[in-house]
Design a protein around this ligand. Structure first.
Ligand code: PRT
Length: 107
């Protein structure tokens, strides 16, 4: 998975929001509301933690994929583009670079 995988998934999730709930899991989640979507993110987070602590690497991969997917559904439900999250990570990367620079002894 790279950034384009997440961008494709974001587009698919947006397209499936208004699909038939009988045919689409994303539409089914939306029909149940924001509370249910948020709850799923929490559940998948817990399952990811359990897999990290006591599961195989394959189990951790599966749970991490479930978590990322449900987080993407949650962001979409709040109309927050993935690009905003990526931009925040970029910003923090820049901040950490500045902190490293500031901590470096002057010569
Ligand atoms: N990546 C995923 C994905 N990951 C996990 N899941 C679904 O997430 C659900 C999680 O299972 P759970 O047992 O936790 O949940 P559940 O029992 O179905 O629901 P609850 O009882 O908790 O309400 C399963 O039904 C999985 O199929 C996903 N469903 C869809 N996608 C992507 O979303 C796209 C659109 O999917 P549809 O909306 O179904 O067309 C697909 O093409 C995929 O790319």
């Amino acid at each position: 998975m790279d950034q384009s995988t997440l961008a494709r998934l974001e587009a698919t999730i947006a397209a499936r929001r208004s699909a038939d709930p009988d045919a689409s899991y994303v539409a089914r989640l939306h029909a149940k509301g924001l509370g249910k979507i948020a709850q799923k993110v929490g559940e998948e987070g817990v399952e990811t933690v359990i897999a990290a602590l006591s599961g195989s690497a394959d189990e951790l991969v599966g749970e991490a994929a479930d978590l990322l997917f449900h987080l993407m559904v949650l962001l979409g439900a709040r109309d927050v583009p993935l690009a905003r999250v990526l931009a925040e990570l970029d910003r923090r990367e820049g901040l950490s670079g500045l902190a490293e620079k500031a901590a470096r002894p002057r010569d």
